[in-house]
Design a protein around this ligand. Structure first.
Ligand code: PRP
Ligand code: URA
Ligand code: MG
Length: 209
């Protein structure tokens, strides 16, 4: 069964509040996407296994910790996920990055696939799929299905804002995937936008509307 973790941290709530404001500039919005992604990543990586390593400080030999287990891979869903990936790379600079291109058909709300490029060893890595918005869940569910069809099994999903409808869809389609959410909103409107939400994340990050 998926774990669903909604972040209640004050810093995240504060920053998402600024992102929701329609007066927030493109630059500030973009910076906040990457900052909040970093904060959510902190929680999403809490259970990564550690191993002991012997090191020498300037004073003595001691045992320190290093992240062990599978190597990591971040998979942003284009376009809006790209800036989350940039934030997370600040914390995990050695992670590889795969890209999945999907957009929502504005009438049917069904995801349309247009790109998929993954690291050659993606199957051996622990994967963090990132997209700021989990609305109907169609895009994230399709992205995770694409990864599973390529033999990838250890997958987490991180988003900034989710609608209850999208969370239910993802839990049903992918019960093995843990979901990390910055803020859980009220509902979708009749055009599939999250309320209160923050509008179209891609357009706000890139200033395209
Ligand atoms: O849960 P869903 O109902 O599928 O909606 C969420 C998707 O919609 C947005 O992408 P969009 O289609 O606007 O593409 P873009 O990132 O290129 O703007 C968002 O970034 C998600 O990928
Ligand atoms: O509210 C929403 C829903 C889907 N995609 C967005 O960017 N925003
Ligand atoms: Mg968009």
């Amino acid at each position: 069964m998926s774990k669903v973790i909604v972040m209640n941290h004050p810093l995240i709530q504060h920053k998402i509040g600024i992102m929701r404001m329609k007066t927030t500039s493109t630059k500030e919005f973009r910076d906040l996407v990457s900052e909040v992604a970093m904060l959510i990543c902190y929680e999403a990586t809490r259970e990564l296994p550690l191993a002991d390593i012997e090191i020498e400080t300037p004073l003595v030999k001691t045992i320190a910790k290093e992240i062990a287990g599978k190597k990591l891979c971040i998979v942003p869903i284009l376009r809006a996920g790209l800036h989350m990936a940039d934030g997370i790379l600040n914390l995990i600079p050695n992670a590889k990055v795969g890209h999945i291109g999907l957009y929502r058909n504005e009438e049917t709300l069904e995801p349309v696939e247009y790109f998929c490029k993954l690291p050659i060893d993606a199957r051996d890595r622990e994967i963090f799929v990132v997209d700021p918005m989990l609305a109907t869940g169609g895009s994230s569910s399709a992205a995770i299905t694409m990864l599973k069809n390529k033999g990838i099994s250890k997958i987490h999903f991180l988003c900034l804002i989710a609608a209850p409808e999208g969370v239910e869809r993802l839990k049903k389609d992918h019960p093995d995937v843990d979901i990390f959410i910055g803020a859980l909103d009220e509902r979708l409107n009749d055009k599939g936008y999250i309320l209160p939400g923050l509008g179209d994340a891609g357009d706000r990050i890139y200033g395209t509307k």
